[in-house]
Design a protein around this ligand. Sequence first.
Ligand SMILES: [Cu+2]
Length: 262
Amino acid sequence: MIVGLISAAFLLNSCEGLGGVSPIFPTPVSPNGQDIYTLYEIISIPAIIVFIGVEFALLWVVLRYRRAKQRPGYVPPQIHGHTGLEIVWTVVPLIIVLAISAYSFVTLLKDFQPVSDKNMTIVISGHQFGWDYAYPDGFTVHQQGTLASDVTPFVVPTHTLVRLEFEGTDVIHSWWVPAISGKTDAVPGYPNYSWLKIDQVGSWRGECAELCGVGHSTMQIIVQAMDQPDYDQWVKQQLATATASPSPSASPSASPSTSPSP
Ligand SMILES: [Cu+2]
């Protein structure tokens, strides 16, 4: 059964063209995504080995010492209250859990901080329901929530350390692109930080990872990395669109203010 589950996981993962939310991690494309992937492996692989070891030991004891194999009235050796054993099976798991938490803490501190040696900062704002990406050049990409596959991409240049600042305008959302970074909460009134640095051209899929209301499932994310010349061209286009229409927001709430009242 385990083999079936694992092969199903691999199969599902390979179907995901953009490396989206999958049972196992997609190939990381940003160093912090790589750190989280490594953390996941370092914790999971020993945990799987321990799990399989315990299951086999259990099976062995059940088969080897089953009642039918013993003489009538047999009572196994009693170890209840054995001080040495009690200490060992308390201290060893404690050390393992402390090591896991220390290592996780160090990794997460490194990946969720406002990096200072950044090349640019983009403010990502979550709302019910969609994402806004405010660029340093003075324009904002509005991505309304949708269930369709043609999601407005969040475009970044390659080979660039981008500081990401997260905010929420109504409730808590969580920006999550598994190939790039861990889940980062977009909280009203409290900025959170992460970063990305992608060295290859491509697109990667993500989702809002915090149940934020009825439109939660529409809060898809696509991060698209472009080489610098293509990115500069894209920025020019965005700036041209922003100046062509003074109110680039297509939200219906913006229209009543521009139309004269009867
Ligand atoms: Cu959300």
